[in-house]
Design a protein around this ligand. Structure first.
Ligand SMILES: [Zn+2]
Length: 348
């Protein structure tokens, strides 16, 4: 296996098909899953399969009325390719695919889908939250995680020679577990070795994203290459949001298309897309335009158009026109969809 050097990566973007010029990226979804299995360990243990999903029960499954284990499995490459083609037709060009350890990553499928559709796919690496991690991780050291993640970027990931172009989504729960801190420390070392950006899945406590940003600051790790995911299900007050933005990190609103109040993990006031755009406007008013990225974080079948959901095309077909109607300028939209992803996905 040939090992990429830091010099070869610098200023370039690494997709599942190899290095490209970041100028080629275009409009980018910064947090999606194309091939993924996010079956909750507790559900997997019951062996319950539940219903097949169709457009008649899609809403009921999404609202927790019906259980379907199939909801958590994005494992149909032909359907995935069709959904990605819809995104391309709607104006998207690149997808950052953050299926990492614990979520059954399949790099070869991503490479195949990229080849058949023409979409650029940038793959993540590292490990998801504690509860999804393999038991063998529990005794591993920071150095071991650092070496693994570095090799996933420089050599290839999950038994293939397909290399990651970003680190993450690195999982955290609330409270943050000791294992997850070790993985995070390893990810920071791998970032120093490779120059990749890091995407973090923070725990669901409203102060957990700040805890992660402070962890980076305390170690002198660059916050401008730290993307904090899922802020739309985590922080609900302006004070916390602006304090987090003041650390210099990138704030990711990545649940666009989830417009229902039901949220299975906790009883929160889930925002809809219109409210998300209001919160982003607040960040822009406070000078944080260049710290915003958006996405759908599709990880359930029920969110694919095939099953009655919004699909990867939603931001391009529906959200960007809504942004225009709400006074977002072309430059603001371009910064969020193109410029900031391009900066993050270019190795330093
Ligand atoms: Zn995700």
């Amino acid at each position: 296996m040939t090992r990429m050097t830091r010099a070869e990566l610098r200023g370039r973007t690494q997709t599942v098909l190899g290095l490209i010029d970041p100028e080629q990226l275009g409009s980018t979804l910064m947090h999606e899953h194309i091939i993924c299995d996010i079956t909750p360990p507790k559900l997997a243990a019951t062996g319950v399969e539940g219903d097949e999903i169709d457009i008649c029960n899609c809403w009921q499954i999404n609202y927790g009325q019906k259980i379907s284990a199939l909801k958590y499995k994005l494992n149909q490459a032909d359907i995935a390719a069709r959904e990605i083609k819809e995104m391309l037709e709607a104006g998207g060009k690149t997808v950052v695919e953050l299926t990492c350890g614990g979520l059954k990553p399949r790099p070869q499928s991503l490479a195949d889908i990229s080849r058949t559709t023409g979409a650029h796919i940038v793959m993540g690496c590292g490990h998801y939250v504690h509860d999804f991690q393999d038991k063998t991780n529990h005794t591993r050291s920071v150095e071991d995680f650092a070496a693994e993640i570095t090799a996933q970027v420089l050599e290839g990931a999950w038994g293939t020679d397909i290399r990651a172009g970003i680190i993450g989504e690195i999982g955290c729960q609330a409270p943050w577990t000791e294992l997850e801190r070790r993985v995070m420390q390893g990810a920071i070392i791998a970032q120093q070795e490779t120059g990749a950006a890091i995407n973090v899945h923070p725990g669901r406590h409203e102060d957990q994203p700040q805890e992660v940003a402070d962890f980076f600051l305390a170690r002198g790790a660059p916050t401008d290459r730290l993307v904090l995911s899922h802020i739309d299900r985590t922080i609900f007050d302006e004070g916390r949001l602006l304090k987090l933005a003041a650390t210099g990190c990138v704030i990711e609103f990545d649940l666009f298309g989830m417009e229902q109040s039901y949220y299975p993990h906790s009883d929160i006031d889930m925002p809809n897309d219109a409210i998300r755009l209001r919160l982003l406007r607040k960040l822009i008013e406070h000078g944080h335009l260049e710290q915003i990225v958006i996405s759908h974080d599709i990880c359930h079948r029920t969110r694919l158009t095939r099953y009655g959901g919004h699909g990867y095309q939603h931001i391009f077909k529906n959200v960007i026109p809504m942004m225009r109607r709400r006074g977002y300028s072309d430059d603001e939209i371009d910064t969020i969809m193109v410029k900031t992803p391009k900066r993050l996905l270019a190795f330093v």
